[in-house]
Design a protein around this ligand. Sequence first.
Ligand SMILES: C[S@@+](CC[C@H](N)C(=O)[O-])C[C@H]1O[C@@H](n2cnc3c(N)ncnc32)[C@H](O)[C@@H]1O
Length: 494
Amino acid sequence: MSLQRPTMPPTVSATAGIQTSESIAEVPINNVVLWKDNPRKNDAAVPKLADVIKTRGQVTPVVVWRKNMVAYKGNTTIKALKLLGYKTVKVLYADFPSETAAIAYGIADNKSSEWSEWDDEILKRFQQAESVDLTTAGFTLKNVQMLTGYDDLNVSESGGFFSVYPQSEVIEEGLKLFRKNGFPFPSVTKFEAMQIINTLASMPKDSLRTSPLGGNVADTYNPHRFSVNVRGSSWSATQSFAQDRHLRHAIEFATKGGAILRYQLFGALTIVYSTQIPANFRPAFARMMYDGLAPRGGRVLDPSAGYGGRLVGFISSQCQEYVGVDPCHETMVGNGRLAADLAFRKHVRLIEKPFEDVSDAELMKGKPFDFAFTSPPYFTKEIYSKENTQSCNRYPEYTAWRDKFLHVLIRRCYNVLKKGSHFVLNIENVRIKGELVPLVDDAKAYAEKCGFHFHAKEYYPIGNRPSSQRNEDGEHVYKSIHSGLETVLIFKKP
Ligand SMILES: C[S@@+](CC[C@H](N)C(=O)[O-])C[C@H]1O[C@@H](n2cnc3c(N)ncnc32)[C@H](O)[C@@H]1O
């Protein structure tokens, strides 16, 4: 497309009686007249569009009827350009056969922009893996937060955080601080952990589903979680942190949300340069399961203990004895320290082995369990260590993994549970190399084959994913809901 000064280029194309100029003209902005009867209310959109134009300039022209110089498309653009102090505007001239045709065109152009939807997964990929900063493309930080599940910060929409110190100064100060102190691993003292666990134990039922309380207690004992490389992502959190470019970008993101404290960097790290942190289970949700489905003083089994989230949930629950199995050495050392510091009058036994290698007798030690609850690896979705005892390293092919790990886990839980007790499995279908792996259906079918009765399905909310909706002005807005839901299958042994 060429830019030219003359205001009257020849008209060439004609559709439904409307002819448009062949090229774009740049004309004094005050020569263009805003559409007085524009039925689209656009004043609220003007500063937002001005932000986008500030980064990229005016790329698409406004459409002006050359007869009366009225703009029938691009009124918000003209207002945004004026706000930014532009003296000229890029214009495509149209010759409408009548005013009615011009008005119908203006309405149709506005209306048609409402018909498309966002593909949130693709947007998320652009933001996380390809480092397209969506906040420079019209999305608010809150939108990005919801899109990526980045919920460390209480992000405010109001902005204005850099009124005294410019953001660049704040970022450099943050960089200096983080470089001096190193990776901000969560770390609570035993004094703090005891109070957190007391609070968890008395937390009302309706807060348990989504509360993040106690996650930092589990993380204090399992800091290696932040160095695990998740399949499909390029960097672990500590690897990303080590690179100035990544860290600067993460601080930039986090500070846009308002005040950022030392530990509030994790979420921001996970939205830059394809960085991911493997999940830890929320202790509050775990307590909801233990207290809802196991008897008071119960003996519980966790076949894939993970990073201690369920162990903290158990300590805060009314259950008395926890047997946890996991082959990851670092994780079991961490959980062992957690139990030694915090289990208090409860009994914790940890078995550092692949679950499929532990016999029923070794698990039970003569006493069957009142409850079994776990969140196993989702096949090869997250690889927790290079140890060949990890189920995904041992059985890299799906059917072998399913038959020799997942099915054995389910069968063994059936064997070691008391009659009438529950087995809870947090599991989700995953996509590996584009192929759907039907973990939920496979697990449910096999559990029923073993003799379990399917009791109920629960959902475990994971982060805020957005749902794209329209407000009354027809604008896309992101609704803050926990739409990332993982399945929790609840079975009963008859
Ligand atoms: C971290 S959890 C899965 C994530 C889940 N959302 C959670 O936090 O509970 C998975 C755990 O399964 C463990 N695991 C891997 N192979 C296993 C096996 N053969 N038997 C038991 N656990 C295993 C891993 O070491 C890891 O700690």
